[in-house]
Every structure is written in structure tokens, then in C-alpha cells.
Design a protein around this ligand. Structure first.
Ligand code: GLA
Length: 707
């Protein structure tokens, strides 16, 4: 057996694979310091009574044909034939920490290419390619990546969500059968973020073994955590195909999306830190020494009411507040006066902009800001010139009525003329105007997506990638934001073609606290758009102080989402202060190591970011509701250098009011807030710092600096 045992290794994580006769991952866990291939013999299994008389490998492709009986990794057929493939390894190639395994089933006429790469960060990336070796097409019903996880991984964590409430974590204990996430919405979706975390019982932010996976794909998907009846466990992820949607012709190869997997022996923080590092090293493209500019986006400030004179005044004020990039949202193109009409008609509204866009763009640039603009290319309103000219360009199945969503339908990007039209219109916008940034939106789900009578959700997703990719190549200086009614299209595959995400249409600071924390499990702060909204939130009508809103927006890629001309000086002073604070700490926030802190009182949420050299740390404590206890628990600050001394400072006034006469939760401040202290990193990590007692819906910002 040891001849066929290979290992991929990284400083934190190893993967051991048995390659023959069938490829099987036999170990995925902590880095092994003393491994030799014959060790793997300790895992040669017995054969149970009352079952098949042979050992049943949990192979890379998890074929039913082995007698696995769980959810297989492949389902499909050739007009009813060749429907139960079993792949036997024919060739392997290892280069460093990357492994390619070729396997074949000569009876079914199929070849399987499996690519596994273990990165320095500890992140394992896996994908499969299925090739049809025969003349008749092979119909692919399912093609998944399956990864075994430890039998100890009894708990599962995933996210649920909805529009204006993305990334809400939930957990369950899985003893038998499976937990499945299925997404048929045609975009990554708010509802079913394609990720699963499994771990040892009660795994937390700082402790427990965690195996987390994310499928990099912006269309339909299925993820599963399964317990076999023999107790073995695995996670599985795939693009979900609609009936009849996917077939491969002779010689053609279908690749699964990439599955990104991170094992951590240090709880969820370890998992996230590995993912963040992987993204920073391999996926996020951003000029090394360019800070991400502070935004002002006009949407919630003026909606569709575009008046260039007024917009230029907004820009004046924005620049005075410290904004570095000014973005014109929806409403600039012909006939777009509300959300009923004009999507598809990508020409300037000359009634609103009689002198073109250039006066506004020049004005913004003369103020020293970058210029950005909103588009939603994949959509078409029935009330548009484009629809009147090409009603057949709608993504649909013939004979069925399409329901609109936000009064719009989807353009079929598989029609070459429609694709070319968009390419031409977007090239006009980006080629003839000095645009630095594009907010690319997508506000409707795909229902009965069809092309030439066949399901075409997968094809539409690929064409969207192609369009964005082509524009990215044509206009390499332009940054793209992926927005989809807020956080409906956030995943690693789209991140290879864009630069940041709009996390949510909800700028309510209280809601943002949980949304942003949820997003942080898989994404670092610099790609997470976080804006200060109006003091009365437009999504929830809740009201929050500028301090709570400002501090909440600090830990992402910051911006403003409002009209700064219509608010009072106290508000404006706040925008100025938080923009400045963000810039002061931006380097740490966008390049440091992020830590979510477990707090004993669930009403308190805490996190911090520590610079890579451990010289600076920034911690925020947000009190989401009335504290359960009369005293708040000390904040233990992870990630510091134990042998260093840190000066602690209160960086932002937490809106704490002391009355001493009843009312409010606190009578006397903790000592460190009255007289600044210097404390060892070890003490701050192990014993912590007592916190002032916070009122609900307030936050406090603490900085630590090495002395
Ligand atoms: C979507 C986006 C918003 C805004 C509007 C414009 O809802 O998520 O941020 O751009 O569209 O219509």
C-alpha cells in the first residue's frame, strides 16, 4: 500500500492520499512532523459483517459503483447506458504540493482528472474534470467534489439569509444522514451562501478542529455534509444542474467549480485566517501600495433624482469630508426615472445630463477623487427600447410567461448579438469616460432560464463571467464591485474578476454587525463594502447614532451612502471623523490578521485586527442588545505578541453617558479609561481588559500599540 501513498503538506495542514487502485483521501488534518507512507497502513479497514465482503473506499469521486451507498459524486448516463462509472487510477503527477490524478472507466468511456493543490496558507483547492471518450454525449446530472472529514466533526455550521439580511450563521449536530444546501436562484444568492463548516463538538472562534469548505461558483449549487451508516463523514459540493442542462460531447471536458477547503486546529479564526491569506495571495488583485479609497455612493442620497449641478455640490461636500471615490448609482441612463423602466438602454439620459457625463466626472476628478458608476448589464425591463427591439433576447423557455422581479427580466447572454450589444455599450461607457470603478449589479433571480428551449442557468453564469472578464481585460484600470441586491453574488470565483463586494443593501448598523461578522468567515475586510448610511436607516427605519454607524463601517472597505448636503453639522462631523479614523487604521484593517472574539454574553460582539508585525491592534466591542449581566465580561485580545508591552487607548468615544442618578447601565468607568495603562500582550490575551458597561446599540473602539 505504501507505494501508492502520497502526501501534500503545508505548515499547518497535511493531506494524505492513497492513489491506487482508486484515489482516496485518507487524511486531512494537522501537519505531520514525522510522517512516512507506511504509517497509513494503520488505517487499512476491517470488513464489517452483513455488508459487502470487500473494503469500500471513500474515493475522490465517491462512486456508487463501489457500494458506497451515500450521495455519490457523479450521476449521469449515455441515453440510459454507462450510468454507473467506477474510476481506476491510470496516472499521477505530483509537482510540489499539487497533484493531478488521471483515472478512467473504459466500460463507461469516461476519464476523470482530479486536481488537488495544497497552498502555503493551508488551503486545499480541489476540482475534477470529466471527459467523455465516446461518440454519443454523456448526460451529466451531477458532478461533485467530495472531501472526507474526521469522524469527530459532528457539528455543522452554515449560513441562511435573505435580502437585507445576508450571512446569518446557524448550527446543528449531525449524527445520521445528511444536511443539504441547495440553491436554484441562478446567482450565488443571499439565501444559500455556498459554504459549510464542520467541526468537533462546540467548536468556537478560538478552539476546536474545523473543516470549512467554500464552492467558488456564482450560479446554482448543492452542498452536503453526510454521515455514512458506517460512521465515516464527508462534505460534498457541486454546481447544481437543472434537468437536461449539462451534457458533454466526445472529447469535451466538464470541470467542477473549485472547492476551497481549510482545516484548522484553532477553531474558526484559524480557518478564516487561512482563507483570508489564500485570497490575499492568489485571488484578490489590487495594487500593493494603493490604499482602498473611501467611497461616497449616491444611491440612498438621491435615488433616481440625478441633477448634475446638485451632484457636483454633493461631490464638493464629499471631498471636504475626506471621501476619495465618488460613485453615481442607478438613474443616469435614458428613461431611468424609477425602477420600472430602461434597463438595457445603456445610453446617457440627456434630459438629466444635457452636457454629458464629463462635466460631473471632471468635477469629481478635479476634487482629487476617483469616479465610479453603476450598471446592471444582465437585465432588461419590458419597458425599454432594447426590449421593444428584441423581445426574444429574454432568458426564458418558449411558451411560458416570465414573471418580472423588480419589474425586470434577464437578458439571454447566450445570444451572441445580445452579448456583443452589452460589450459594445459597456465599452462605450468605460472607453469614452475616465471611469475608475464600476458597481455591477444583478437584481433578479433566474426563473426557467432557457436558451434554444434548454435549461441555461449554468450557461448564463459562464457568459456573465466571460463578459466581466472581457471588460476586465479591455479596461484593466477599472475596478469592479460585485453587487446583487446587496450580497447576492459573493463568492471566490467572481472575486477572480472583481475587486470588492457590496455586502448588503442594509446599512442599519445593528444588522450590519451580524452580516459583516458572517461574511468575515470567508472574506477579509478589504473586499467588504461597508458604508455609513442615513441616521434613519432606509431599510429598517431604525435610528442609530453616528458613532455606532461609523464604528460599524470602519472594519471593511469604508464609504458613505447618503446625501451629505441634507444632514446637520453633527452628522457631517461624524463622517469626517470616521473617514479619518478609517484612513489612519486602513493599513492594519486591510492587511492585518482578523480575529473574531467569543464573548460569554451573546448580546456582545467583539472582533479585532492585529497588524502582521503585531505592533498595532484595533478592537471593537459592539453591544447589540441589553447586556445579560450587569457587568460586561473582560475582552481577551487575541493575536498579540505575548512578550511585548502594549499601550491601551480608547480610540473612539463610545457614546457612554454617566449620570449617576439612574438611567444608563454604568455609574463609574473602568480604571483604564481614566488613566491610560500599559499591559503585556500575554496578560491581554489571557486575562483581558475589563470593558465599560455599554448601552444597547453602541460600540467602543480600543487600540493597542506596542511600546
Ligand atoms: C440594488 C443595489 C443597490 C442599488 C440599487 C439601484 O438594489 O443593491 O445598492 O444600487 O440596486 O437600483
Amino acid at each position: 500500500m505504501q507505494d501508492s501513498i502520497l502526501r501534500l503538506e503545508s505548515p499547518t495542514t497535511d493531506v494524505v492520499i492513497k492513489t491506487h487502485p482508486f484515489a482516496e483521501i485518507v487524511y486531512w488534518g494537522p501537519h505531520l512532523h514525522h510522517f512516512s507512507p507506511q504509517d497509513a497502513q494503520s488505517l487499512i479497514r476491517p470488513v464489517a459483517n452483513g455488508r459487502l465482503d470487500v473494503d469500500i473506499p471513500l474515493t475522490l469521486m465517491a462512486e456508487l459503483g463501489h457500494g458506497l451507498f451515500g450521495a455519490p459524486g457523479i450521476e449521469g448516463h449515455r441515453q440510459g447506458l454507462d450510468g454507473s462509472p467506477v474510476f481506476r487510477t491510470v496516472a499521477i503527477e505530483q509537482q510540489g504540493q499539487s497533484l493531478t490524478i488521471n483515472a478512467e472507466d473504459e466500460h463507461a468511456g469516461l476519464r476523470l482528472t482530479s486536481e488537488l493543490a495544497l497552498d502555503e496558507s493551508g488551503v486545499l483547492v480541489v476540482r475534477h474534470g470529466l471527459t467523455n471518450l465516446r461518440a454519443q454525449p454523456w448526460q451529466v446530472d451531477r458532478l461533485a467534489v467530495t472531501l472526507p472529514v474526521s469522524e469527530r466533526a459532528k457539528e455543522v455550521m452554515a449560513f441562511h439569509g435573505r435580502w437585507i439580511r445576508e450571512f446569518q450563521p446557524h448550527r446543528l449536530t449531525l449524527e445520521h444522514d445528511s444536511f443539504v444546501i441547495e440553491n436554484r436562484r441562478g446567482r450565488t444568492s443571499h439565501e444559500h451562501f455556498p459554504a459549510l463548516m464542520t467541526g468537533t463538538p462546540a467548536f468556537g472562534e478560538m478552539h476546536g478542529d474545523v473543516w470549512g469548505v467554500h464552492l467558488g461558483w456564482s450560479g446554482n449549487h448543492r452542498l452536503r455534509a453526510e454521515v455514512k451508516t458506517d460512521g465515516r463523514r464527508y462534505v460534498q459540493a457541486e454546481a447544481l444542474y437543472l434537468p437536461g442542462e449539462m451534457a458533454i460531447a466526445e472529447g469535451e471536458t466538464l470541470w467542477t467549480p473549485k472547492l476551497y477547503a481549510s482545516y484548522s486546529a484553532q477553531g474558526l479564526n484559524g480557518m478564516s485566517q487561512q482563507f483570508h491569506r489564500y485570497l490575499r495571495d492568489h485571488i484578490i488583485r489590487f495594487p500593493e501600495n494603493k490604499p482602498r479609497p473611501v467611497h461616497l455612493n449616491t444611491w440612498e442620497g438621491i435615488y433616481f433624482n440625478h441633477d448634475p449641478e446638485y451632484i457636483m455640490r454633493m461631490a464638493d461636500e464629499a471631498a471636504a469630508l475626506g471621501v476619495e471615490r465618488f460613485i453615481i448609482d442607478d438613474g443616469w441612463f435614458k428613461g431611468r426615472n424609477d425602477d420600472h423602466a430602461a434597463l438595457g438602454d445603456w445610453t446617457l439620459d440627456e434630459k438629466k445630463y444635457p452636457n454629458g457625463l464629463m462635466p460631473v466626472i471632471n468635477h469629481v476628478k478635479n476634487l482629487g477623487m476617483e469616479f465610479g458608476i453603476w450598471v446592471e448589464p444582465e437585465m432588461i425591463n419590458p419597458d425599454s427600447d432594447l426590449y421593444r427591439a428584441h423581445p426574444d433576447w429574454v432568458l426564458a423557455l418558449p411558451g411560458y410567461p416570465q414573471a418580472t422581479g423588480r419589474h425586470q427580466l434577464v437578458l439571454n447572454l447566450n445570444i451572441p448579438e445580445a452579448f456583443e450589444y452589452l460589450l459594445e455599450r459597456m465599452s462605450w461607457l468605460l472607453g469614452e469616460h475616465p471611469v475608475d470603478y464600476v458597481k455591477w449589479d444583478m437584481n433578479r433571480e433566474l426563473v426557467q432560464p432557457g436558451h434554444l428551449g434548454k435549461a441555461a442557468a449554468d450557461a448564463q453564469t459562464r457568459q456573465y463571467y466571460r463578459l466581466l472578464e472581457t471588460l476586465g481585460q479591455r479596461f484593466p484600470q477599472v475596478e469592479f464591485e460585485s453587487c446583487s441586491s446587496g450580497g447576492g453574488r459573493i463568492d471566490y470565483e467572481v472575486l477572480t474578476r472583481c475587486h470588492r463586494f457590496w455586502a448588503s443593501d442594509n446599512n442599519d448598523a445593528l444588522e450590519r454587525n451580524t452580516i459583516q461578522r458572517g461574511m468575515s468567515y470567508f472574506f477579509p475586510p478589504e473586499v467588504m463594502g461597508a458604508h455609513i448610511g442615513h441616521h434613519k436607516c432606509h431599510a429598517t427605519f431604525r435610528q442609530h447614532s453616528i458613532e455606532f454607524r461609523g464604528l460599524t463601517a470602519l472594519f471593511g472597505h469604508m464609504g458613505l451612502e447618503l446625501d451629505p448636503l441634507t444632514v446637520d453639522e453633527h452628522e457631517r462631523e461624524g463622517y469626517r471623523r470616521y473617514a479619518a479614523l478609517h484612513k489612519q487604521w486602513r493599513e492594519v484593517i486591510h492587511h492585518g490578521t482578523q480575529w473574531r472574539v467569543d464573548m460569554p454574553d451573546a448580546t456582545t460582539q467583539a472582533q479585532g485586527i492585529v497588524s502582521e508585525d503585531q505592533r498595532q491592534g484595533l478592537f471593537i466591542v459592539s453591544q447589540l442588545a441589553m447586556p445579560d449581566y450587569t457587568l460586561m465580561m473582560p475582552l481577551r485580545m487575541p493575536g498579540l505578541a505575548p512578550d511585548a508591552q502594549y499601550r491601551i487607548s480608547l480610540l473612539d468615544h463610545p457614546n457612554i453617558r454617566l449620570t449617576g442618578e439612574g438611567g444608563h447601565t454604568m455609574r463609574k468607568l473602568p480604571a483604564w479609561m481614566e488613566a491610560p495603562q500599559t499591559v503585556s500582550g500575554e496578560w491581554l490575551m489571557q486575562a483581558g481588559l475589563v470593558l465599560p458597561i455599554l448601552d444597547p446599540e453602541t460600540a467602543i473602539l480600543i487600540g493597542v500599540e506596542r511600546v
